[in-house]
Ligand binder design. Structure first.
Ligand code: R7I
Ligand code: MG
Ligand code: MG
Ligand code: MG
Length: 312
C-alpha cells in the first residue's frame, strides 16, 4: 500500500545518507568498535554527508523532474547530457565533499564545456572503476519497474562518470539489490541463497559472479566484518566495495543499525560501503526501522523527505 511504499522509499534514501554520514568519520581507520559507532550515532552534532549523498540527491532530483514524461522509456527518465552537467555542477558548488580524484578532473572539464564522453576518459583512459556510480545509484530502484529496467537505468546513470565495465556492473548490482529489497515485505525473511541469484544474473562477468557466490557463502557462514573485508575487499573500486555492502545487508536483514555497524567495522571505504548497505537495509525495513535519533540529525533531511515522497 501507499504508506509502506513511502516508508520504504524514505528508508532507501535516508538509509543511504545515514550510512554515508556515520561511515565518513571512520574512512580508512582500522580497529573501529561497535562502541565507537554507537557514540557517533548517539551524539548531538549535525550529521554531515559526503559526495555519496550529494550525488544521490542530484540523481533523485533528476528522476523526480522527469517522472511525468511519456513514453516512460529509459531515455525519457534519464537525460545523460543533462545528468552529467547536474553532477558536475553539484561538485562545483561543494567541491569539499570528498570526491575522488578521477571524477574531480572529469567534473572540472565538464563545467568548462568538454563533452562528458571525452571528459570521463581524461584521467583513466579505460574509464574509472571507482564505486562512484554505485554509491549514488539507489534512487533508480524507486522508478524502475522490473530488474531489466532497473539495470538499464542504473547503467545509464553511472556511465556519465564511470565508463569501466566494473563500475557499471557495480551500479547495476547495487540498483538491482535495492529494487529486490523494496519488493520484500519488511517482515519477510531474507535468505542470501534466494536473494542473490537475480542480482548475479544482472552482472554477467566472471569476476562479479565469483564475488556474489562468495557473498552467499560468507552470509551463510556468518562471517564477521574483518573476514568479510579480507575476502571481498573494502576499497574505492566497485568490485571491492559493492559486494561487501550487499553482505552487510544480508548478515543482518531487518536490523538496519546492525547492517550499518557491520559495514563500518569492515573498514576501508566506510562512507560508501555503509551508504550502499544502508540503502538496501532501509529499502527493506523502511524509514521507521532506522535509528531515529541519528536520522533526525541528517544534514539533508528535508531534501531526502521531498524526493522520497516524489519518487515513491
Ligand atoms: O568513483 P569515484 O566517484 O569515487 C568514489 C569514492 C567514494 O569512496 C566516495 O566516498 C569518495 O571518497 O570517492 O571517483 P573516481 O576518482 O572515478 O575513482 C575513485 C578512485 O578509484 C580513483 O581516485 C582511483 O584511486 C581509483 N581508480 C583507478 N585507479 C587506477 N586505474 C578508479 N579507476 C581507476 C583506474 O582505471
Ligand atoms: Mg564519500
Ligand atoms: Mg573518500
Ligand atoms: Mg567513500
Amino acid at each position: 500500500d501507499d504508506t509502506s511504499r513511502i516508508d520504504k522509499a524514505r528508508g532507501l534514501l535516508f538509509g543511504l545518507a545515514l550510512g554515508d554520514c556515520l561511515g565518513a568519520p571512520f574512512e580508512g581507520r582500522s580497529g573501529v568498535t561497535e562502541a565507537d559507532i554507537i557514540a557517533m550515532q548517539n551524539g548531538t552534532d549535525l550529521l554531515r554527508h559526503t559526495d555519496d549523498t550529494a550525488l544521490a540527491l542530484v540523481l533523485a532530483r533528476h528522476l523526480s523532474r522527469r517522472l511525468g514524461g511519456t513514453p516512460r522509456t529509459a531515455t525519457g527518465r534519464i537525460d545523460a547530457d543533462v545528468l552529467a552537467l547536474e553532477f558536475a555542477e553539484a561538485w562545483r558548488a561543494e567541491p569539499w565533499r570528498g570526491y575522488g580524484g578521477g571524477v574531480t578532473k572529469s567534473f572540472e572539464l565538464i563545467v568548462a564545456g568538454t563533452a562528458w564522453r571525452e571528459a570521463i576518459r581524461a584521467v583513466f583512459p579505460d574509464g574509472s572503476f571507482g564505486n562512484g556510480g554505485a554509491m549514488r545509484v539507489a534512487p533508480i530502484a524507486l522508478v524502475g519497474g522490473d530488474v531489466r529496467e532497473v539495470a538499464e537505468l542504473a547503467r545509464r546513470s553511472a556511465e556519465v562518470t564511470h565508463a569501466h565495465p566494473d563500475a557499471l556492473h557495480g551500479a547495476v548490482c547495487q540498483a538491482v539489490a535495492a529494487h529486490l529489497a523494496l519488493e520484500l515485505a519488511p517482515t519477510e525473511p531474507v535468505r542470501a541463497r534466494e536473494f542473490v541469484p537475480p542480482v548475479r544474473q544482472a552482472v554477467p562477468s566472471p569476476l562479479w559472479e565469483d564475488k556474489l557466490d562468495r557473498v552467499v557463502e560468507l552470509a551463510e557462514q556468518e562471517a564477521d566484518p574483518a573476514e568479510a573485508a579480507a575476502e571481498l575487499g573494502n576499497d574505492v573500486s566497485a568490485p571491492a566495495s559493492v559486494p561487501l555492502a550487499l553482505l552487510a545487508f544480508l548478515r543482518h536483514p531487518g536490523r538496519p543499525d546492525a547492517t550499518l555497524r557491520f559495514a563500518i567495522r569492515a573498514g576501508g571505504d566506510t562512507d560508501t560501503v555503509a551508504a550502499m548497505a544502508g540503502a538496501l537495509a532501509g529499502a527493506h525495513s523502511g524509514y521507521t526501522a532506522l535509528p531515529s535519533h541519528a536520522v533526525s540529525r541528517l544534514e539533508a533531511a528535508k531534501d531526502l523527505h521531498l524526493y522520497a515522497e516524489h519518487l515513491a
